[in-house]
Design a protein around this ligand. Structure first.
Ligand SMILES: Cc1ncc(COP(=O)(O)O)c(C=O)c1O
Length: 348
């Protein structure tokens, strides 16, 4: 859209033109509808308002340097939403339906796709939630699947790849050992919001969660995965209660391409002292370098048991930067998409 400086935008909701939705009622999906009405008409007994049968996704449409618009690995988001819906025992769209609604949503909001030069993108937020009226505790029979869009800049408005600080969450957990952390459920975020807010109020960019059972090893950040670099090795936690990040998966592939060894394993907190580079990773900004991590007994208290300093506080580590450039290069059409990760879209 003319006259909008997308480069100044943060990761936030900005109005667009249309949403796309379909419903599954009694096992049958309705024809997808494109609507400019962003206010949904829902029954107030719909399951989503009490037992939280609700999951969501996040992916981006980018205008590349070649002027072409692409989605990055939408099939992976589709598969993750299907696995979230299975966990909630509720109907899910197929991979084809998921991608079709994402494409329709981008096409319906084409004027809002930020220009390549801005570095911004059109973020898509697919949501799936229970709509049938219910009172007893039950999974949803009927669901709505909607895809909406917002043209966004970087997550925090911070300069790209500028290192930030993190704090370890010892008195709040994100996901139980045998719980739902490996799925993208709204309930997981509700569970971590309070701690997330505390960490941000204290000025930390990221909040690092540990395994719930022992609090000895690293799981992930509040809204992104953890990875570290040491001795030419890409190290990331292996745990069923960590959300399987599509960015992390892509980074692992690219790391192998660059000759790094990739390790998915338990990472003990004390290992932070020996890491050369530490990052959070996710769709929003791909990589955020982390230069300092405080270990505190409680987020509310003033005591800091230990501070881990990692790398240069002004610069992203060299290996992480190389990985970042490769992923963003593929997303923006600056590098050959050897893996066929991009799906190209027409205006319609
Ligand atoms: C808890 C959590 N972990 C990891 C990620 C990163 O996942 P992805 O790379 O698929 O965006 C996200 C963001 O979606 C998240 O909310």
């Amino acid at each position: 859209m003319a006259n909008i400086d997308y480069s100044k935008r943060s990761f936030n909701y900005y109005p667009t033109d249309a949403i796309v939705f379909t419903k599954c009622i009694d096992g049958v999906w309705t024809e997808p509808e494109v609507s400019d009405n962003f206010n949904l008409n829902l029954h107030c007994f719909a399951g989503v308002f009490h037992y939280a049968p609700s999951c969501f996704e996040g992916l981006k449409a980018y205008e590349g340097a070649d002027g072409k618009v692409r989605l990055f690995r939408p099939d992976e988001n589709a598969k993750r939403m299907i696995s979230s819906a299975r966990y909630l025992d509720m109907p899910a769209p197929t991979v084809e339906m998921f991608i079709d609604l994402c494409v329709r949503c981008v096409q319906a909001n084409w004027e809002h796709i930020p220009p390549y030069e801005s570095g911004a993108s059109l973020y898509l937020r697919p949501v799936l939630f229970g709509i049938n009226p219910q009172l007893g505790i039950k999974s949803a029979n009927d669901v709505m699947f909607a895809v909406m869009a917002s043209a966004v800049g970087t997550y925090s408005g911070a300069k790209s790849l500028m290192p930030g600080t993190a704090v370890i969450s010892r008195n709040y957990d994100r996901a139980a050992t045998f719980g739902s952390g490996g799925y993208k459920l709204g309930a997981n975020y509700a569970q971590s919001l309070h701690a997330y807010n505390l960490a941000h109020k204290l000025g930390y960019r990221e909040l690092l969660f540990l395994d719930t059972a022992t609090h000895t090893h690293i799981e992930e950040f509040g809204s992104s995965n953890f990875f570290a670099i040491k001795d030419n090795t890409y190290i990331t936690p292996d745990s069923p209660s960590v959300l399987p990040s599509i960015t992390n998966k892509s980074l692992r592939t690219v790391a192998e391409e660059f000759g790094l060894k990739v390790e998915r394993r338990k990472i003990f907190v004390e290992e932070l002292a020996g890491f050369e580079e530490v990052n959070s990773c996710g769709t929003a900004v791909v990589i955020t370098p982390i230069c300092s991590i405080d270990d505190k007994p409680t987020l509310e208290g003033t005591e800091v048991t230990r501070t881990y300093k990692i790398g240069d506080p002004e610069e992203c580590g060299p290996i992480s930067r190389k990985l970042y450039n490769r992923i963003v290069g593929i997303q923006k059409g600056l590098e050959e998409d050897t893996y066929h990760w991009c799906m190209f879209l027409d205006r319609k």
